[in-house]
Ligand binder design. Structure first.
Ligand SMILES: Cc1cc2nc3c(=O)[nH]c(=O)nc-3n(C[C@H](O)[C@H](O)[C@H](O)COP(=O)(O)O)c2cc1C
Length: 168
């Protein structure tokens, strides 16, 4: 059978992005605190790596402030947002950076002055970075999960450029 029958086309940046927009993902905020400063950014490129031991990874644009801060601090917290908090995803993706200088302003957190900044009502994984790989435009940070907070809420979902709520 020819390639055309499957609708296959040569990969391009545009087609890759179009295809990835069809991937429904949970939305998280990576936070970090320490000598590299406190910062937070919205991410969807994260995944579990292993349960034995508990490990996960997050892909951060290498030229972002969040990647620089995580790199320096050597730790981060992955906060899985609840469906009630699309505004946190917007805030931590920088949409309001010109209006609100500090992304954490008015946000309820645990661990104000601590290594891990945990957002209230999020399922949170507090990690120590044990490895990092710079690849193309991004750095893959691998973390040992040392503390966990479990939320009772359904996660916020992102699909085709929009925040969504899971149907039951
Ligand atoms: C839904 C969504 C998912 C995102 N996922 C990622 C991601 O996985 N990795 C990343 O580096 N940036 C991601 N971004 C973009 C960052 O949130 C954005 O660039 C942020 O402003 C980075 O902050 P900084 O430049 O201050 O570090 C995402 C944005 C949105 C809205």
């Amino acid at each position: 059978m020819s390639e055309k029958a499957y609708g296959l086309a040569a990969a391009s940046r545009e087609l890759f992005i179009k295809g990835m927009r069809q991937v429904a993902s949970s939305v998280a905020v990576v936070t970090t605190n320490g000598s590299g400063g406190r910062h937070g950014a919205t991410v969807s490129a994260f995944t579990s790596v292993s349960a034995d031991p508990p490990q996960l990874l997050a892909c951060l644009r290498s030229d972002s402030r969040i990647a620089a801060a995580v790199n320096e601090n050597g730790s981060f917290c992955l906060n899985i947002l609840s469906h009630q908090h699309p505004h946190l995803a917007e805030r931590f993706s920088g949409q309001h950076d010109t209006a609100v200088g500090d992304r954490f302003e008015g946000i309820e957190i645990h661990g104000e002055a601590q290594e891990w900044v945990v957002l209230k009502q999020a399922t949170a994984f507090c990690c120590a970075v044990f490895d990092r790989h710079v690849h193309a435009t991004h750095t893959i940070f691998l973390g040992n999960v040392l503390k966990v907070q479990i939320s009772a809420e359904d996660p916020l979902t992102y699909l085709n450029g929009q925040y969504r709520r899971l149907a039951r």
